[in-house]
Design a protein around this ligand. Structure first.
Ligand code: BTN
Length: 239
């Protein structure tokens, strides 16, 4: 696995996309600071500064897109949960791939597909994890409830050790995951989800879908029901 370290970059995902031709499959791009971090659904990812993790996996599994690639964010959320559990924490997954501790977001994951015309070039799978942040910074910089690993375990975290562990655990089952798909992690994923069997609303682009969160199906999609009618969501943000 090739590692690229940048002291500052606009976004590790953008860097990986722009350099995809020159980056080997399974490389990782790590930055100490991101000046224009990208989040899901056109949002930004705040730079909490050095000491936090800004990482992108560069993945070139084949020459054409496969459905299972859409589930890699969920695979990564499970990998992260298992690492956080080693610290004695009880992380939860908010569909599709936010990782929370006690209801507060500790990490965000963003996968982007890289195309050149109609040619599939690969995926850049980015993850930001709050590892060393003060409560004051979290409250003043982030508008939603958030937390950081150092606050949860009351000691500072070594970013490089955390990164090495995350990359090692990610690649340990990655090839197997590509073969088997979401079903490989379905139980691990579901056992950590919050919101199942509760009434929720999901923002889907400009639309809001409300109902009971019934299940996660074999494709990792959210099955909901409203007035006895079932519907399936593939993308969205639980409000
Ligand atoms: C989210 O909205 O929750 C996803 C946030 C993803 C942030 C990470 S930080 C590393 C990588 N580079 C980016 O610009 N975004 C992702």
């Amino acid at each position: 696995m090739k590692k690229i370290y940048l002291s500052e970059v606009d976004s590790t995902n953008l860097y990986a996309k722009s350099n995809i031709e020159n980056l080997a499959d399974k490389s990782i791009v790590h930055a100490a600071n991101q000046t224009a971090g990208r989040g899901r659904l056109q949002r930004t990812w705040v730079n909490l500064g050095e000491g936090n993790l800004f990482l992108t996996f560069v993945l070139k599994p084949s020459n054409s897109f496969n459905e299972v690639y859409s589930n890699l964010t969920q695979y990564l959320s499970v990998v992260l949960c298992k690492i956080l559990e080693e610290y004695g924490l009880k992380p939860q997954i908010k569909w599709p791939n936010d990782v929370l501790i006690n209801g507060k977001k500790i990490a965000g994951i963003l996968s982007e597909t890289v195309m050149q015309g109609s040619l599939f070039k690969g995926l850049v799978l980015g993850i930001g994890v709050n590892l060393n942040t003060s409560e004051k910074d979290l409250a003043s910089i982030i508008d939603k409830e958030a937390t950081s690993l150092n606050l949860e375990i009351s000691k500072s975290v070594d970013v490089n050790l955390f990164l090495d562990k995350l990359a090692e655990e990610f690649f340990a089952d990655y090839d197997n995951f590509l073969q088997k798909g979401f079903e490989l992690i379905k139980n691990d994923y579901i056992s950590r989800t919050c919101f199942l069997d509760t009434e929720i609303c999901v923002q889907v682009f400009n639309d809001k879908k409300c109902g009971i969160a019934k299940a996660i199906n074999d494709k990792g999609e959210l099955v909901m029901s409203n007035n006895q009618k079932e519907f399936v969501l593939t993308i969205g943000d639980i409000l």
